[in-house]
Design a binder for this molecule. Structure first.
Ligand SMILES: [Zn+2]
Length: 256
């Protein structure tokens, strides 16, 4: 993997967004392996597919690429809000690559992969509708709140120009994908509890420490009067998936 972008490719394009697209897509095609199965390359879809940009010819997984110049930040500006929510609810999202680059140095700064089943409506922020003067007046876009995604589903491939080892990336992806939950409500709960557990600093923690998030969870799920049982259920799921160990007497250990 080489973080240098090929800027010569963009000469025939006038629009900046097209230039960025061509340069970053070409870079991905030349440098990126399939983070799901470890296959040496990913292929580009020939005709602009509305959702995905790349696929793996070995495991058939699909990927979307979004790029921007500058720093990673904590949100990614994306397309139409309604379309995004629809895609999440219908489980129609591909895995999502997010790439940032330095315009000055023509180098990749950061590349992260967000696993598709970590997308829940909670991580999608509605932007204000475009003003009546705009060409697409009333159109509502969205932001993806990267910070709200549990770290298990947000895997760094390049961080500030430092390239992670591909085997480590593939193993993190496999680990994260073992938390795949189809049902959108159950998925939301899993993400919530995973975020709570991730916020507890120590490796060993108590059920009481997770119960401390009850009020916060109640605000997110006002119709649910059984927050505590829900917490225990999700902790059990995390234990069954090998992310937690039960030590007895309401104590748990993180195994990751
Ligand atoms: Zn693959």
């Amino acid at each position: 993997m080489n973080i240098q972008l090929d800027r010569n490719l963009s000469e025939k394009y006038n629009s900046k967004s097209q230039r960025v697209r061509v340069i970053t897509e070409n870079w991905m095609f030349r440098n990126m392996y399939c983070p799901r199965c470890g296959f040496a390359r990913i292929e580009q879809f020939k005709n602009n597919k509305p959702v995905a940009d790349f696929f793996c010819s070995n495991c058939d997984n699909e990927y979307e690429l979004k790029s921007k110049s500058g720093k990673l930040g904590n949100k990614i500006t994306d397309g139409a809000y309604g379309t995004m929510i629809e895609r999440i609810i219908s489980n129609n999202n591909p895995d999502f690559f997010f790439l940032t680059y330095s315009e000055k140095e023509h180098k990749v700064n950061d590349l992260i992969l967000i696993l598709k089943h970590f997308f829940v409506p909670d991580i999608i922020e509605k932007r204000n509708p475009l003003s009546s003067n705009a060409r697409r007046a009333g159109w509502v876009g969205c932001n993806i709140l990267i910070d709200e995604i549990p770290e298990q589903g947000r895997i760094s491939i390049i961080s500030r120009g430092e390239i992670s080892d591909s085997e480590t990336v593939v193993s993190k992806v496999n680990r994260g994908s073992s938390l795949e939950v189809g049902n959108i409500n159950s998925r939301g709960w899993l993400m919530d509890i995973l975020n709570c557990v991730n916020r507890i600093q120590s490796q060993v923690f108590t059920l009481k420490e997770v119960y401390a998030f009850e009020e916060e969870l109640k605000i997110k799920h006002p119709d649910n009067n059984n927050i505590k049982p829900k917490i225990r259920q999700q902790l059990q799921f995390l234990r069954d998936k090998g992310f937690l160990e039960f030590l007895g007497s309401g104590r748990y250990r993180k195994t990751i």
